[in-house]
Write a new protein. Structure first.
Length: 129
């Protein structure tokens, strides 16, 4: 079980690093992984979203939840993702990254111009379970 857990997190990290939204120094919509690399981490990866000043993370988090991906939000700009070794598959890890990328793509296209997700957050529906 421990080995599978490491492999799931390693796979998640590899897929996230391959994303076009990873580590964008130009301050466009994106994220960077702030969790230390293996072997100094556990099973979760913390993603810091940019740009911070425009409230990207809450909108991306809401979009993820609407697509069925549950993470853990840490205000003001971090989402933590953790594959659960007992029931997540490698395919689900790949699907999680696809959902995140879709949420980021929507954020990039719509920006902070008062989208539906933004209105949900303003109305108090942060999507937290």
């Amino acid at each position: 079980m421990v080995a599978k857990g490491r492999q799931l997190t390693d796979t998640l990290e590899s897929l996230l690093k391959a994303s076009k939204y990873h580590d964008r120094p130009d301050q466009q919509v994106g994220f960077r992984i702030i969790t230390p690399a293996a072997p100094w981490r556990g099973s979760q990866l913390s993603l810091s979203f940019t740009p911070l000043s425009q409230g990207v993370m809450p909108r991306v988090f809401t979009r993820m939840l609407k697509r069925g991906l549950v993470g853990d939000e840490r205000q003001p700009n971090v989402i933590r993702l953790t594959p659960a070794v007992l029931y997540n598959t490698f395919e689900e890890v790949g699907k999680a990254v696809q959902i995140l990328e879709a949420a980021l793509k929507e954020e990039e296209q719509e920006g902070s111009s008062g989208t539906e997700a933004q209105r949900d957050i303003v109305a108090g529906d942060s999507g937290q379970l």
